[in-house]
Design a protein around this ligand. Structure first.
Ligand SMILES: [Mg+2]
Length: 274
């Protein structure tokens, strides 16, 4: 079945949609089949939708450019990223005046003081985990020493994802979440326990943020479309929304059929349209 077929019969059950981006609406530089037409149809019928992405590596402006390059129109204010909830976290914990060490690259970071200078890691109150291309070995060795000394310092990981489909290699890219858990395991083997604070899907904070943006919409009337069982589907199920998996990204049909109950999609689509 395709999303278009499903929507033709079931659209009255929903008031809004949330779309994951990578592996769901685009793959690398290209839109996935039928996506541009489906989103244009939603716009014509004034059906609200947002993009919900765990990509913390690019700004919302850059993400719009990637979508536009693939032929999909989107405004910056239609994109909710795992970094959208960072200002609230910083404010709630009164970290506005603290310096954090930024690992790798991050997109829109507001209300937080950051340095990428490893020589200043010792003065940092905590660590904010980005991704992208950086000298992981030097950085991880420094972070290991830092957390051995300060295991209770905040370790903020905006993107919880283990991996993503890499258009440049055709293989798998390792996400910030995957890197954070490697560090956590290394430290555990040294007898040190650290607890990453995750912000993006499947954690509830990003869904609560989305619900605030969408306004008075019942959660079960929000259709969440994504390609990852562990972030998109688990997150939507936990948030009380309707979960839909597309098989255009990192998940195979077999993996979907073998998913545990909490990560089991309510519906599976081969594509948006054939
Ligand atoms: Mg995805």
């Amino acid at each position: 079945m395709t999303l278009s077929d499903f929507w033709r019969n079931e659209s009255s059950r929903f008031d809004a949609l949330l779309f994951d981006i990578d592996g769901t609406v685009i793959l690398g530089k290209h839109a996935l089949p039928g996506v541009a037409e489906f989103l244009a149809m939603l716009r014509r019928s004034n059906t609200p939708f947002w993009f919900l992405t765990n990509d913390g590596n690019h700004t919302r402006k850059e993400k719009c450019r990637f979508l536009s390059r693939a032929g999909i129109k989107a405004g910056e204010n239609e994109i909710i990223s795992c970094l959208s909830v960072l200002p609230d976290l910083v404010k709630r914990n009164d970290w506005c005046n603290e310096l954090f060490f930024q690992v790798g690259f991050l997109g829109d970071t507001q209300n937080i003081q950051l340095t990428t200078d490893l020589d200043r890691l010792g003065e940092c109150y905590g660590v904010l985990m980005g991704e992208g291309t950086y000298d992981w070995r030097t950085t991880w060795e420094a972070l290991t020493s830092y957390f051995r000394r300060y295991p209770d310092r905040p370790f903020i990981v905006p993107n919880p994802d283990t991996c993503w489909p890499s258009a440049s290699t055709g293989g798998i890219g390792i996400g910030a979440g995957g890197q954070a858990r490697c560090l956590q395991l290394l430290l555990k083997e040294m007898g040190v326990n650290i607890t990453p604070v995750y912000l993006g899907k499947p954690y509830e904070e990003i869904y609560n943020y989305a619900v605030r943006q969408l306004g008075e919409i019942e959660r079960k009337r929000i259709l969440c479309v994504g390609d990852s069982l562990s972030s998109d589907i688990l997150g939507a199920n936990n948030a009380g929304m309707f979960s839909a998996l597309v098989l255009t990204g990192i998940t195979t049909r077999r993996q979907a059929e073998e998913a545990k109950r909490e990560s089991c999609p309510q519906v599976i689509f081969e594509t948006f349209n054939t």
